[in-house]
Ligand binder design. Structure first.
Ligand code: FES
Length: 106
């Protein structure tokens, strides 16, 4: 388990105990954040698991694949520096103290 801070659409930040090996999306959903729709269930086809990663934490994440990039670029609130699809990030023990904010259309 690692601690990850998640800010919801109302601006409220909570720290969750994230399970290593699950995606960031699964961990957020497992902690009852209704703001994250994740409609496709993690198949990288809906963009409703969009999060903004804190600028200081972006570099610690694995680089995104092309399909994630294409989906995000079509997103209304895409931020080239901070946007990620949370279903495409597998939580590992290097992500302790990661901070993310759920994107408005997620
Ligand atoms: S849950 Fe659909 S792209 Fe992530």
């Amino acid at each position: 388990m690692v601690k990850i801070s998640v800010t919801d659409l109302a601006g409220q930040t909570s720290t969750i105990e994230a399970e290593i090996g699950l995606s960031l999306m699964e961990n957020i959903r497992n902690n009852d954040f209704d703001d994250l729709a994740a409609i496709c269930g993690g198949c990288c086809s809906c963009c409703t698991c969009h999060v903004f990663v804190d600028a200081d934490d972006v570099e610690q994440l694995p680089k995104m694949e092309d399909d994630e990039q294409f989906l995000l670029e079509d997103s209304e609130n895409y931020d080239p520096a901070l946007s990620r699809l949370s279903c495409q990030i597998e939580v590992d023990d290097s992500m302790s103290q990661l901070r993310v904010t759920i994107a408005p259309e997620a």
